[in-house]
Each structure stands twice: as structure tokens, then as C-alpha cells.
Design a protein around this ligand. Structure first.
Ligand SMILES: *Cc1c(COP(=O)(O)O)cnc(C)c1O
Length: 374
């Protein structure tokens, strides 16, 4: 007799699941831990008139597998052909689809920590290998180490680069990505995760797709578009890749209401609004970063090209715990590779940013008795 636990695949028995911001919990009044946009389109002038959208008249029917209108709008936004776009249930589904489509059970991926946690979780879930090459001290790609890891491990089929990188906020130079594309040509595909690209739009690799058949780009409406609740993301790649991923995606991945709202969010008016908001957020980020850098409890405020800042405190855990108790929920990065005492702070509304600022400015940094359990 085997228990349910024992009946599960061995790699699932030992899997450490992704700790999403929502799962970690907390009794928050201020949620700055998931890089969401601070306002919902329902409560501001984003322009979506939800009352006017009709999902229910056809709710008995399965939705379009790849809603044509939505694909067209995203292709227009990204300046690509429709055949270069796949819509997915959030960027996370795109990340896993690439592994499912390209990795045999005895093959694997390469990623560069500290970075987004889902690359490892998806690889572990699928039971494929996860190779790592740490980022340099300044959080840039270590291309010589990546080259030798690729040379020594022909099982690597997918290389992930998060740009801008979560949680460091760092930007990878296009030349470095092109170097990586040269190293991997004919051996593996390169996934550039552009979840935060709207905060640094000129850094996108989307207009390089014509030159690289093994380049794959992940996008999402969860960050700059302020639509994390819709669960809508995109994969951008050449048709050969898109067709391969389309073989393994679920038959009807996109709920009809999500498709209707997402297509609406991607019309010209709403894209212009999103771009203006992203530009405003970038200014608010730089203002907050500058103010933070003057606080005595802070050692480093890392430069960010995204909608969050990574901050190194003298005692990150103490700051994180104190703000948590006060209902200000940030993302602790203490256990991430090389990020001891670091906390990631999502840029919120002006009011939220000043609340974080004053909580940190008032943080009592007096020497205290250290709790040996922490
Ligand atoms: C948020 C995020 C995603 C995708 O999020 P979805 O909500 O699934 O679209 C992908 N990559 C990174 C680095 C992210 O931070």
C-alpha cells in the first residue's frame, strides 16, 4: 500500500513549490511584494468599460484557442506578425511551455541566479535538469562561464535570461544577449523574459526576432498593464517556435472574459495610457530610490530598470519583519543567491511610496539584542 505522497512522482515528492507573494501571506494594508501595478483598470481611467463587454451570451461555447483579435492587437503593439505571437495563461505558462516542448526528460535548462524563481520550479516540476551560472557581482551575465557550462553540458536545451532582471532590476545589454544567442545557435533556444520591458521599452529584443530563429521572448499583461488578475501573457518568437509551442499548450487556455478585456487593454488608446503610466512610475521609482539611498539603515539601492527597487539594508531581516508587523508587505530576498539583507520593494502609488519611505525613515536602527533563532 502506497500513500498518496508515495504515489506522486519522486521529483514532486521533493519539490519546493514557488513561494508566490500571495502564498506567503501577511496581514497587509500595503502590498508592495508582487510587482503589481498599484491601481486596477476598474478604479481609474484606464478606459475599460467592463459593463459594456459581453462575455455571457456565448459562455456555453469553448473560447477561441488563440483569440484572433487579441493576437492581432498584441502583434500590432509589439510590431510583429500575428504568426510570431502566442497568447498564454500569464508569462508563467509560456516559461513552462518552452521547457515542455524543447527538453527531453534527461535534458535541462540553464539560468543565472539571482533571478525569477519559476525557471527552477518549472524545471523541477517537469523533472528536467536545472543548471546555474551565477550573475556577476554587478548582476551581469558571466558569458565565459555560460560558454563553458554549455560546452560541458550538451543536455542544456533552454537558456533563460530575465531582462530587466527580477529581483535585481538590472538590465542586460543587447550585445550580451546577442553574444549568448551566438553561443547557443543550433544547440539550444534562448528565452528572454521581458515581463518588465514596458519600464525600459528600448531594451526589448522583439525587433531582433528576424535575425534569430532560436530567440523566444516572454511578455505579460500582469505588470505595466496592471492586469495581473486576467492571467494573460504572450510568447513572441518565429513561426517555427510558435507552432512547436502551440502543439503542447492546453486546448482552450484563455478564458473568454480575459481575452475580451485583454484585447481592449491593447487598443491604441489604452496602450498610450499604459505607456504614460509606465513613464510616471519610472519617475516615482527614481525619486523613491534617491530618498532611500539617503537613509542610514540602507547600504545600497541598486539601479533598477523595472517597477521595483532592490535595497540592501544593514539588517534586512529586521526591517522586513518590522514593516510586515506594521502591515507593509515587501519581498524578502535574504535567501536568494548573493542577496543577504536585501529586500525588494514594488513601486506603488505616490501615497504608498511615501508610507514606505516614512516607515523606513522611522525605523529604529538602535543596536539590539540579536535573536539567535533568526
Ligand atoms: C511576473 C513575472 C512573470 C509572469 O507573470 P504572469 O503573471 O504569469 O504573467 C514572468 N517573469 C517574471 C520575471 C516575472 O516577474
Amino acid at each position: 500500500m502506497k500513500t498518496i505522497h508515495e504515489l506522486a512522482r519522486t521529483n514532486i515528492q521533493t519539490l519546493t513549490p514557488y513561494q508566490s507573494a500571495r502564498k506567503i501571506g501577511g496581514q497587509g494594508t500595503l502590498w508592495l511584494n508582487a510587482n503589481e501595478y498599484a491601481l486596477s483598470p476598474t478604479s481609474n481611467d484606464f478606459g475599460v468599460n467592463f459593463d459594456g463587454l459581453d462575455f455571457l451570451s456565448q459562455a456555453n461555447r469553448y473560447p477561441e484557442p488563440q483569440p484572433a483579435n487579441l493576437i492581432q492587437n498584441y502583434a500590432t503593439y509589439a510590431n510583429l506578425a500575428r504568426t510570431q505571437v502566442l497568447v498564454t495563461r500569464g508569462g508563467d505558462e509560456g516559461i513552462e511551455l518552452v521547457m515542455r516542448a524543447f527538453c527531453e526528460p534527461n535534458e535541462g535548462i540553464l539560468y543565472c541566479p539571482p533571478t525569477y524563481g519559476m525557471y527552477k520550479v518549472s524545471a523541477d516540476t517537469l523533472g528536467i535538469r536545472a543548471h546555474t551560472v551565477p550573475l556577476s557581482d554587478s548582476f551581469h551575465l558571466d558569458l565565459p562561464a555560460i560558454k563553458s557550462t554549455l560546452d560541458n553540458n550538451p543536455d542544456i536545451k533552454v537558456v533563460f535570461v530575465c531582462n530587466p532582471n527580477n529581483p535585481t532590476g538590472t538590465l542586460t545589454a543587447k550585445d550580451d544577449i546577442k553574444h549568448l544567442l551566438a553561443l547557443t545557435q543550433g544547440r539550444s533556444v534562448v528565452v528572454v523574459d521581458e515581463a518588465y520591458i514596458e519600464f525600459s521599452p528600448t531594451s526589448s529584443m522583439a525587433n531582433e526576432l528576424d535575425g534569430f530563429e532560436h530567440l523566444i521572448i516572454i511578455r505579460t499583461l500582469s505588470k505595466a498593464f496592471g492586469l495581473a488578475g486576467l492571467r494573460t501573457g504572450f510568447v513572441l518568437a518565429n513561426p517555427a517556435v510558435i507552432d512547436t509551442l502551440a502543439k503542447v499548450i492546453a486546448p482552450y487556455p484563455i478564458p473568454a472574459p480575459s481575452a475580451v478585456i485583454a484585447a481592449h487593454a491593447l487598443n491604441a488608446t489604452n496602450i498610450a495610457i499604459m505607456k504614460a503610466r509606465a513613464a510616471t512610475l519610472v519617475q516615482a521609482r527614481d525619486t523613491l530610490a534617491k530618498a532611500l539611498s539617503e537613509l542610514p539603515i540602507i547600504q545600497t539601492v541598486y539601479d533598477s530598470w523595472a517597477n521595483f527597487v532592490l535595497v540592501k539594508f544593514t539588517d534586512g531581516q529586521a526591517v522586513f519583519d518590522k514593516l510586515w508587523q506594521d502591515g507593509i508587505i515587501l519581498r524578502n530576498q535574504h535567501t536568494a543567491l548573493g542577496l543577504a539583507n536585501c529586500v525588494r520593494i514594488t513601486i506603488g502609488s505616490d501615497d504608498e511610496n511615501s508610507q514606505v519611505m516614512s516607515a523606513l525613515a522611522n525605523f529604529n536602527d538602535q543596536p539590539k539584542i540579536t535573536d539567535p533563532k533568526k
